[in-house]
Ligand binder design. Structure first.
Ligand code: NAP
Ligand code: MG
Length: 427
């Protein structure tokens, strides 16, 4: 039994009776994979659909409930099924989900500490995560030269995240030993410890994963029509980091060079320290591919410098061009507990809303459905206009330099977006 269902489709209406909208509902030919989630983002998820999508689009989704209760009920099979469905349909939109820890095991009475859904989905799709900030007037990046978003792509396999390390006693000799499939050993001295105790660490990566990462980055750059930057420390790490540089270079030369020329974009390789210096003095507008550790550190730096995690979108892209859109933030647990007590919340729905628009636009592109893509553009414009008109949630209210600004609750914010969306659609 599939754990999903196809949302029913309704007949085309010439005038939309639910609102004063002078348009028929936009039809979809292929479903989106919809992955529902947890806590405050689950509440916002439904509000976005009810207020901003369903009145305009005859939405077709294949629905998977990745809320923790249903993951427990299906022994996490629902997560695997949703990833497989994404492979089938090519586009998914995902709500934030709880990654269980010891506290959550108690809170939700779990039989197991289920793995992070994002990790499971990423492994099945062999994907790379691209994070891009949404820029609005009034929220000024801490780095004043940044005028356009910087997208960070993080290689999510190996290096220090799959390391083996040891504390080594004085007088020991540490060696790197590789045994090949015939049993032959190759040895290399790491260090002879004399005069002090010390530490050692073994790292690895695999060509296949680096290649997938490279292809996801080149594809995404073509899709976004933005330059791609990549950097390592190949002058110091002449085998390890150099391998990353070589694989990127080889794939670019053989598979992407002409496509990049046609698209008028560039692939730019430099040393990591040079890259950091150039990023800081750039005006933005490119994709920065990072090795695993660099991506971990730099994505937090870039997110903070652009203003707010609630304005950061995230998309998982597979090397063969499958897209899963989501917000970069979590389930906003603290707001959810307020919501449960009946208190007013002012949760920012922008990144979740942009996950929906990203997925709808991509679906439109793949299906040749220009109306659907254009609706996504309008919904994004209405959202940015709302904030630039001074209407915003509490997190942005604290940051915004606009003179006339109003803090609104979660629901009013979406209603305000809808007012502007109606105008854009009727124009
Ligand atoms: P979080 O949900 O990102 O929220 C941390 C804090 O950031 C919030 O308490 C809030 O600050 C602020 N914030 C984040 N998003 C916001 C928004 N949309 N609007 C307004 N404020 C926002 O991180 P967390 O509380 O550490 O994690 C909660 C759960 O999310 C965890 O169970 C974790 O496993 C999960 N998680 C999931 C994903 C994912 O699915 N991709 C990613 C990260 C975390 P204030 O409280 O100060 O208002
Ligand atoms: Mg980090």
């Amino acid at each position: 039994m599939p754990l999903s269902f196809l949302a029913p489709s309704f007949p085309v209406l010439l005038i939309n009776p639910e609102r004063k909208i002078k348009m028929a509902k936009i039809q979809m030919t292929t479903p989106l994979v919809e992955m529902d989630g947890d806590e405050m983002t689950r509440i916002i998820w439904k509000m976005i659909k009810d207020k901003l999508i369903l009145p305009y689009v005859d939405l077709k989704t294949e629905y998977y409930d990745l809320g923790l209760e249903y993951r427990e009920k299906t022994k996490d099979q629902v997560t695997i099924d949703s990833a497989e469905a994404t492979k089938k349909y090519g586009v998914a939109v995902k709500c934030a989900t709880i990654t269980p820890n010891a506290e959550r095991v108690k809170e939700y009475n779990l039989t197991q500490m289920w793995k992070s859904p994002n990790g499971t989905i990423r492994a099945i799709l062999d994907g790379t995560v691209f994070r891009t900030p949404i820029l609005v007037k009034g929220i000024t990046p801490y780095i004043s030269t940044w005028k356009k978003p910087i997208t960070i792509a993080r290689h999510a396999y190996g290096d220090v995240y799959k390391n083996t390390e040891m504390v080594v006693a004085d007088g020991s000799k540490a060696e790197l030993v590789v045994t090949d499939k015939d049993g032959n050993e190759t040895r290399q001295l790491i260090h002879e410890f004399s005069g002090s105790d010390g530490i050692i660490q073994g790292l690895h990566n695999i060509d296949k994963s680096i290649g997938s990462f490279a292809r996801a980055c080149f594809n995404f750059a073509l899709d976004a029509k933005k330059d791609l930057w990549f950097a390592t420390k190949d002058t110091i790490s002449k085998k390890y980091d150099h391998r990353f540089k070589d694989i990127f270079n080889e794939i670019f030369e053989n598979e992407y060079k002409e496509k990049f020329e046609k698209a008028g974009i560039e692939y730019f390789y430099t040393l990591i320290d040079d890259a950091v210096a150039r990023v800081v003095r750039s005006d933005g507008g490119y994709i920065w591919a990072c090795k695993n550790y660099d991506g971990d550190v730099m994505s937090d730096m870039v997110a903070t410098a652009f203003g707010s995690l609630a304005m950061m979108t995230s998309v998982l892209v597979s090397p063969d061009g499958i897209y899963e859109y989501e917000a970069a933030h979590g389930t906003v647990q603290r707001h959810y507990y307020k919501y449960l007590k009946g208190e007013t919340t002012s949760t920012n729905s922008v990144a979740t809303l942009f996950a929906w628009t990203g997925a709808l636009r991509k679906r439109g592109e793949l299906d040749g459905n220009a109306e659907l893509s254009s609706f996504a553009d309008k919904l994004e414009k209405a959202t940015i206009d709302t904030i630039e008109d001074g209407v915003m949630t509490g997190d942005l209210y604290l940051l915004s330099t606009l003179e006339n600004k109003t803090k609104v609750d979660s629901e009013t914010f979406l209603d305000e977006i809808n007012k502007r969306l109606e105008k854009l659609i009727n124009a």
